[in-house]
Every structure is written in structure tokens, then in C-alpha cells.
Ligand binder design. Structure first.
Ligand code: FES
Length: 115
């Protein structure tokens, strides 16, 4: 820390700028990442949240989610989201393809986005 030298001139009101001390950092903040947990064909997979399509995040992390069209029409990428903080609301393509299954937690991995 740099020591300040006070002179007569620095005691003139309005010239001395004293910054408050920085808070002590006694312990480092631990960033807890919440993974997205999905299940497809009885196989559970945890996907680290990376902004973008759920399918892309899974494939980039080596998770073998089955897929085909990537357009939301075939339904091959259907997964059940067991834990999914920060996933977008179902889009029209998912609503059209999955119908009532959305209420049971099913999503199209190629359409669902991690926010
Ligand atoms: S890959 Fe076809 S609906 Fe997602």
C-alpha cells in the first residue's frame, strides 16, 4: 500500500481526497454453478450452463443427446429436464411438437435455450 505524505497544502479543505479502505477479503467467494440435469432414454446427463441452445451445450460437453433435424420437427432430441435453472420458456415449435408433455418437463434440446 502506498503511504500518503501529507503536506500543508494537502490540508486545505477540499484538496485532500481520502478513499475509504477496501473491504477485507477474508474468504474468497465461491461461484456455485448450477448444472442442467436432463434425462433421455433413461440416461441422466448433467450439462454445465453455457448460454445458447441446450443441445449445443450438451454436445460440446460430450453428452450424447440423440438428435436429428435441429429444427424442432423430428422430436429426436426430446429430453426431460429434471433440473434446469435458467432455461428459456418453451417456444412455439416445442409447444406444437410436445403438446402436453411440456407440462411434465419435456423439452426439445435443439430448441430450449440456456439463458
Ligand atoms: S433435433 Fe429434431 S426436434 Fe430437435
Amino acid at each position: 500500500m502506498k503511504n500518503r505524505v501529507l503536506t500543508v497544502g494537502s490540508l486545505i479543505p477540499g484538496r485532500l481526497i481520502v478513499k475509504p479502505p477496501a473491504p477485507l477479503q477474508t474468504e474468497s467467494k465461491k461461484v456455485k454453478t448450477e448444472g442442467v440435469i436432463v434425462e433421455q432414454n433413461g440416461k441422466r446427463m448433467e450439462i454445465q450452463p453455457v448460454k445458447g441452445k441446450l443441445l449445443d451445450a450438451a454436445l460440446n460437453q460430450g453428452k450424447p443427446i440423440q438428435y436429428k433435424c435441429r429444427k424442432g420437427t423430428c422430436g429426436q432430441c426430446t429430453v426431460k429436464v429434471l433440473k434446469g435453472p435458467g432455461i428459456s420458456a418453451p417456444n412455439e415449435q416445442e409447444k406444437k411438437k410436445l403438446k402436453n408433455e411440456i407440462t411434465n418437463g419435456y423439452r426439445l434440446a435443439c430448441q430450449a435455450e440456456i439463458l
